[in-house]
Design a protein around this ligand. Structure first.
Ligand code: G
Ligand code: G
Ligand code: MN
Ligand code: NA
Length: 256
């Protein structure tokens, strides 16, 4: 794969960028979180979306240095926003953690190190994991999640509802947030079954004391239905597309 060599070079030579998408309170509209989403600014191909290179990074192991860079950069940026803007002061930064990254023996120490170097309070970092962690050894996974939790970071399950795992992990994982996958949100107003599933997930989350973020909110109708059903937060093009760091800074300043 030609991109593999290019990607290795890109990681070492500063061609990766983070974009940030706001996650807002559905009650107040205020920005509570930002999800960091990586892009690759390729000199010849232009801006490459993660779907094109994250799978390669996973296969080749490059996801390890790539993931470290993402964590460092996201925490540094979040620390910066927390000091320079009012709306950014309490904002949480969300970072996607791939399963292969999670499997690293030293991942907990790595994250502790990143937090220490950045000066970002641990409670301002939320790690987004996926249900695919369930394919790993359950005891090791639970132990590691507890170690991460002990650092003081938040844990979210991304794309909730799309995996094939049983939901039994919800009782054993020290989670804070469920992110309802956008495939359900997109069917609001079109498929009553999808709405019934969203309501059931929200009810379950509330019972377990978890925060709910709904992904892929594109219309005011979807937002209103989700708010009424009790979704705490929303993320999607209705509020904002993922923005460059500069554009996100401007948005935060405008709101101050
Ligand atoms: O930004 P975009 O809409 O193209 O993101 C597509 C997917 O790429 C996301 O849903 C996420 O799963 C993945 N992704 C984006 N940024 C990162 C990252 O920093 N690390 C990992 N592991 N995955 C990411
Ligand atoms: O990590 P995760 O797979 O949840 O990444 C979020 C992905 O969803 C990113 O690729 C982001 O660009 C995309 N996204 C964010 N908001 C919307 C939206 O409103 N509609 C659609 N179709 N995609 C979105
Ligand atoms: Mn995510
Ligand atoms: Na998702």
């Amino acid at each position: 794969m030609e991109l593999e060599g290019d990607l290795r070079w890109a990681i070492d030579h500063g061609q990766l960028r983070l974009h940030y998408q706001p996650i807002v309170s559905l009650e107040s509209g205020r920005i509570r979180e930002a999800e960091a989403l990586v892009r690759w600014e390729h000199p010849k191909r232009g801006l490459i979306p993660p779907a094109k290179f994250i799978p390669i990074a996973e296969e080749t192991g490059l996801i390890i240095p790539l993931g470290k860079w993402v964590l460092e950069e996201a925490c540094r940026q979040a620390r910066d926003w927390s000091e320079t803007t009012k709306e950014g002061a309490a904002m949480i930064i969300g970072v996607n953690l791939s399963t292969r990254q999670f499997q690293q023996n030293d991942i907990v120490d790595d994250i502790a190190g990143v937090l220490g170097r950045s000066g970002l309070p641990p409670a301002h970092l939320k790690l987004e994991i996926t249900e695919s962690l369930m394919a790993l050894s359950p005891d090791d996974t639970v132990a590691k999640l507890h170690d991460l939790k002990a650092l003081g970071v938040h844990l979210a399950v991304d794309d909730f509802g799309t995996g094939y795992s049983s939901m039994s992990y919800l009782a054993n994982f020290p989670l804070d947030t469920l992110k309802i996958d956008r495939s359900f949100v997109q069917r609001i107003g079109e498929q009553p079954e999808a709405e019934a599933i969203i309501q059931a997930v929200i009810t379950l989350a509330k019972t377990l004391n978890l925060c709910v973020t709904s992904e892929g909110v594109e219309t005011a109708e979807q937002k209103e239905v989700l708010r009424k059903m009790g979704s705490d937060r929303g993320q999607g093009y209705l509020f904002s597309r993922p923005l460059t760091a500069a554009a996100f800074s401007e948005m935060l300043s405008d709101r101050d």
